[in-house]
Design a protein around this ligand. Structure first.
Ligand SMILES: [Zn+2]
Ligand SMILES: [Zn+2]
Length: 115
């Protein structure tokens, strides 16, 4: 077993969407992946391209991963913290430590294309 369980579940959504839209073949799958979801994009890609797509209605489909950045907001003053640059343990604007993660947790199908 090499594939990600979460990717298998997500693919069920893809198949459902495809059926709903009358598609027989899926040529492109766009997935939204949050930085804070805990899922590695290369493992996700491997799961889809090497294990899930082959033999399915998305055989040979293109996978596009849209990375969603983590968004941390200070609950005290509303400032945003950029975790790629700043220390995420406290607010740089007011020094407060009640921080809230408001984005980057998504793992979902953004859209699909096919015919
Ligand atoms: Zn594998
Ligand atoms: Zn603050």
């Amino acid at each position: 077993m090499h594939e990600l369980g979460a990717a298998v579940d997500l693919f069920k959504v893809v198949e459902k969407e495809a059926r709903k839209n009358g598609l027989k073949k899926v040529s492109k799958v766009r997935v939204k992946l949050g930085e804070a979801s805990g899922i590695k994009d290369d493992f996700l890609r491997h799961s889809f391209v090497d294990h899930i797509f082959p033999g399915s209605m998305a055989e040979g489909a293109e996978l596009e991963i849209i990375e969603e950045k983590v968004n941390i907001v200070c609950k005290d003053c509303g400032a945003r913290i950029d975790i790629s640059k700043d220390d995420p343990s406290k607010c740089l604007a007011c020094g407060g430590s009640s921080l809230e993660v408001t984005g980057g947790k998504d793992f979902c199908v953004d859209s699909i294309e096919g015919e």
